[in-house]
Ligand binder design. Structure first.
Ligand code: 5GP
Length: 237
C-alpha cells in the first residue's frame, strides 16, 4: 500500500492517505506529551513498541469479536487501518483507583473496584477534555443514545479481553482510554491505539508502573518499562 498525503499529525501519530479511500496508514512517533501538551519529550523506541503492542491487542480483540479499525501491520512503526469518522469522546475504563479518578474522589491509588467504572470525556483540547455524562454527550450531539450504549458495551468487552491477556503477562490492567468511530459503511468500531501511552499497567507482583506514568511523573526508566511490557506481551500472544 502506497503512503500518500499526510492527513493528520497528532501528539503520538501521523496519519496518511493510501491509494484506497477507506484505508489509512498510521505511523507511530517516539514523541511523548502529557498534561494536555504542557510536558513534552521523547521516549526512544516508543513508536515501534506502541505500534506492535497495539497491533497485538487489536488482533486479540478482533479474535474475541470486538469490531475494530485494525487491518494489517505494514512495518515496525506503521499499520493500515480502516478510515473512521471519530466520535469526539474518550471512553475510560477503570478497574483500580488511580490518576484523575483517585484525585477527584479523594481515593488512595491502588484500591481495586468491585466492578469496572466506565467514564466519558469530551475530546476538546481547549477545554482540557472534561469528564461528561450521557446527558452531556446527548445534548452536545456527540453521540446518540444507541451509540453510547454500544461503546460502553464494547469498552467492557475490551476490558475483559485485555485483563486476561495482561494477567497472563504478569500485569494488572489498572485503567485505559478508548476511542470509537464509524467506518465509511457506517459500522461503529474501536479505533485509535491501545498501548502503555493509553493504559496503566502495573506489575502484578511489585506494583511497579510499566506505562506512561513513568514519563508523566518523572519516575525514570521510561524506555525500559515500554520494552518490558512489549517483551511480556510477546510471550503471551
Ligand atoms: P486519567 O483520567 O486517570 O488521567 O487517565 C485514565 C486512563 O486513560 C489512563 O490509562 C490514561 O493513560 C488514559 N488517558 C486518559 N486520557 C488520555 C489522553 O488524552 N491521552 C492518552 N494517551 N491517554 C489518556
Amino acid at each position: 500500500m502506497v503512503r500518500g498525503e499526510l492527513l493528520y499529525e497528532g501528539k503520538a501519530k501521523r496519519v496518511y492517505q493510501t491509494e484506497r479511500d477507506d484505508v489509512l496508514l498510521v505511523s507511530y512517533k517516539d514523541d511523548a506529551t502529557a498534561f494536555n501538551g504542557q510536558k513534552r519529550g521523547t521516549i526512544v523506541g516508543k513508536g515501534a513498541i506502541n505500534n506492535q503492542l497495539s497491533n497485538a491487542f487489536f488482533r486479540q480483540l478482533e479474535a474475541s469479536g470486538v469490531p475494530t479499525h485494525w487491518l494489517e501491520a505494514v512495518g515496525e512503526r506503521e499499520t493500515l487501518v480502516r478510515r473512521l469518522t471519530m466520535l469526539p469522546i474518550e471512553v475510560v475504563v477503570r478497574n483500580v483507583a488511580a490518576g484523575s479518578l483517585a484525585s477527584r474522589l479523594g481515593l488512595e491509588e491502588g484500591g481495586r473496584f468491585p466492578r469496572p467504572v466506565v467514564e466519558l470525556y469530551y475530546k476538546r483540547d481547549d477545554l482540557g477534555d472534561p469528564l461528561i455524562n450521557d446527558d452531556h454527550a446527548l445534548v452536545l450531539g456527540l453521540a446518540t443514545a444507541e451509540e453510547l450504549a454500544a461503546v460502553k458495551q464494547m469498552a467492557l468487552q475490551v476490558n475483559e479481553v485485555l485483563q486476561g491477556l495482561l494477567e497472563r503477562a504478569g500485569m494488572l490492567l489498572v485503567d485505559f482510554k478508548l476511542e470509537f468511530g464509524r467506518t465509511v459503511d457506517g459500522q461503529l468500531v474501536l479505533g485509535d491505539e491501545i498501548s502503555p501511552d493509553t493504559c496503566r499497567f502495573w506489575d502484578l507482583a511489585t506494583g511497579e508502573r510499566l506505562d506512561k506514568d513513568r514519563f508523566r511523573r518523572d519516575l525514570g526508566r521510561v524506555e525500559e518499562a515500554y520494552q518490558e511490557v512489549f517483551r511480556r506481551i510477546q510471550e503471551v500472544v
